[in-house]
Write a protein that binds this ligand. Structure first.
Ligand code: PMP
Length: 472
């Protein structure tokens, strides 16, 4: 195997003029840094100018090819430009169908909704409603929070440490990262009660494992039931079944089931944010399926649009107390996204790609654990399906009372840079951005997964060496 070399490949024949394109790529990057806002994110750590992409391979203007383990922050379930997605988009374009229709009914939308409902947990498929939102994940989170507030007449929200729900006001308020929340999210944040997420490696109770997770559920129930505990009955609880941006932290199934019981018995709507975990990513079509729970609201975006912007919420019909126009928006009818999304949902389902993600993920996790055993800077290796993470730690730092070392953000950034040099695009996340995140497409081949792991192993070794030499 290992037909894919560990160095970025130059494809001179495929570009009109590599030298020109290279110079043009540099110019584009320079102009971007001059003209775009200081809030640029990925563009800072990944100075790549993609000009072509297929599957998990991205080709930069410099003629280099990269294996993409960022995949639009987990959006590209089928990788870039998958043939079934392109065909679905072309079909709409060639048919003369309108591309913009507000929330009017169309055959394309009808087909998307049918494809979506075929994938949903049975109770939601049979007794659920769908609301098409503005096109981003954060729009759907916003809609979900507004929905439960309208339905319950309450305003408080339960959310979790480490959570990421988006950048608009209510979503930002529910997000755990105080640095990104800043003053903009502070007022709305006052309505949020933050609870500990079961982060085994850095367990807030210092015990970890099932016991640590259980203590979190006990605390939740206790706070809700204590008449002098200071929490008003909330409008809902929002959680990610696997925290992505928070650092690839999968909640134990027993924890999710207990949270479902706690919320159901207190008539608190449970919102599952599956923006990143949905469409096979974690090894089940929807991540909530691992635990068997059915939430009251599911928030869906990223992969449901098959690489184009689309976001929806799906929820139990009893919550549908919205009056006409209660949640409007101009861009709720993206026909191309619906066609691409329907094609993606059907393909993932028909090809059993969730099961494939589970199997491949297990294999990758095992190899990552092996890698971790060779590098003391790898504090923890974890993941579910093809949502994988390595938490890097500072081996010279002081362990906490649970034995975990401090996060190593500079080392993680160095690994990301070294990986890029070796033709691998990686994402960072977690506390202090010290978690290396892998979000390959569900279509990744065995050969590609080997190449990803080889490049990552080299990158970690190089970054570790540099850090050691820098410290000496
Ligand atoms: N929820 C989760 C769980 C996410 O991972 C994200 C994006 N990373 C969002 C919401 C927000 O989605 P968007 O960036 O499309 O607004």
């Amino acid at each position: 195997m290992a037909a894919i070399s560990s160095a970025p490949e130059r494809l001179p024949g495929q570009l009109a003029g590599p030298a020109d394109d290279f110079a043009e790529g540099d110019g584009i990057l320079r102009r971007q840094s001059l003209r775009e806002s200081g809030a640029r994110t990925y563009a800072r750590s990944l100075p790549v100018v993609p000009v072509r992409a297929r599957g998990m391979t991205v080709e930069g203007a410099d003629g280099r090819r990269y294996l993409d383990c960022l995949c639009g922050a987990g959006t590209l379930a089928l990788g870039h430009n998958h043939p079934v997605v392109l065909e679905a988009i072309r079909e709409v374009l060639d048919s003369g169908a309108p591309l913009h229709v507000l929330d009017l009914a169309t055959p394309v939308k009808d087909a998307f909704t049918t494809a979506l409902f075929e994938t949903l947990p049975r109770e939601l498929a049979e007794h659920g409603r769908v609301q098409f939102c503005g096109p981003a994940g954060t729009d759907a989170v916003e809609a979900a929070i507004k929905l439960v507030r309208t339905a319950t007449g309450r305003s408080g929200l339960l959310a979790f440490s480490g959570a990421y729900h988006g950048m608009t006001a209510a979503a930002l308020a529910a997000t755990g990262d105080t640095a990104v929340r800043g003053a903009a999210g502070e007022a709305a944040g006052a309505l949020v009660t933050r609870l500990p997420y079961p982060y085994d490696y850095r367990c807030p109770f210092g015990v970890g494992g099932d016991r640590g997770a259980e203590l979190g559920t006990r605390l939740t129930a206790n706070m809700l039931d204590d008449p002098k505990g200071g929490i008003q009955p909330p409008a809902g609880m929002i959680l990610e079944p696997v925290q992505g941006e928070g650092g690839v932290i999968a909640a134990p199934d027993s924890w999710l089931r207990r949270m479902r019981e706690i919320t159901a018995s207190r008539s608190i709507p449970l919102i599952a944010d599956e923006v990143q975990t949905g469409v096979g990513r974690t090894g089940a079509f929807w991540a909530v399926e691992h635990s068997g729970i059915v939430p009251d609201v599911m928030v869906l975006s990223k992969a449901v649009g098959g690489s184009l912007p689309l976001a929806v919420i799906v929820y139990r019909e009893e919550l549908d107390t919205w009056r006409p126009g209660a949640h409007a928006g101009t861009f709720r009818g993206n026909q191309l996204a619906m066609a691409a999304g329907a094609a993606t949902l059907m393909y993932v389902r028909e090809q059993g790609l969730a099961g494939r993600a589970a199997r491949l993920g297990e294999g990758m996790l095992a190899r990552l654990r092996g890698l971790g055993a060779h590098h003391s800077c790898v504090g923890d290796v974890r993941g579910r399906g093809l949502m994988l993470g390595l938490e890097l730690v500072d081996t010279a730092g002081e362990p906490d009372d649970h034995g975990s070392l401090p996060a190593a953000p500079r080392l993680a950034a160095a690994v990301q840079r070294e990986a890029l040099q070796r033709g691998l695009i990686l994402e960072l996340g977690g506390r202090h951005s010290a978690v290396i995140r892998l979000l390959p497409p569900l279509t990744i081949t065995d050969e590609q997964s080997e190449a990803v792991l080889d490049r990552l192993a080299d990158a970690i070794a190089a970054a570790e060496r540099d850090t050691r030499e820098g410290a000496a």
